[in-house]
Design a protein around this ligand. Sequence first.
Ligand SMILES: O=C(O)CCC(=O)C(=O)O
Length: 221
Amino acid sequence: MSGDGLLPRERTEVAPGAVHVPDWLGPMEQRELVASCRAWARGPVPMRHTRLPRGGVMSVQTVCVGWHWRPYAYSRTAPDVNGERVAAFPPWLAELGRRAVADAYDDPAAGAAYEPDTALVNFYDSSAAMGMHQDKDERSDAPVVSLSIGDTCVFRFGNPETRTKPYTDVRLASGDLFVFGGPSRYAFHGVPKVLPGTGDPATGLAAGRLNLTLRTTGLPG
Ligand SMILES: O=C(O)CCC(=O)C(=O)O
């Protein structure tokens, strides 16, 4: 058990098509991902708090790779930041995504067919959170691959119909993988809180939490 009365630290299908694989990334992969995220955070489009259409600002900071996400569209350049084209999506990240899908679903063919072309990298400081939402700006039903590094968070995974209950609270710790696809692809999900001081500075992240979600935009070019 995780010691907190929540789910055990073992591969768990939280909902149909939604799988949590604890400790999926090894220490070196986590360090390398942190280094890559630092480089992407510097530019060409820097990490920033995303502005929402109604004037709010997201508490997480985000940088995108491959395609730039802004509410609620993808583009190659970042008109809401500095107009630059975002960093290219590296082949090794697509390969990591394929391995993630294959492992989460225990299905090598599903892994081989996975072709992510964008990553949203979110940084949470100790007070950041993310409200319940659906990832639905992609024109593809391919699964979303989520990788977590640094402080543990409470990840709330719900259902495709409503942003309220039923949902399951899962603790995503450093190195954890969470994949959601199939019947859960459009499930509402969010991060109500981060648990400060739970990460290991050996990852290269002294404080806070990084989350990468790999997605397939389904967009041409
Ligand atoms: O930080 C997380 O674990 C979830 C991130 C998320 O929901 C998103 O980027 O849409």
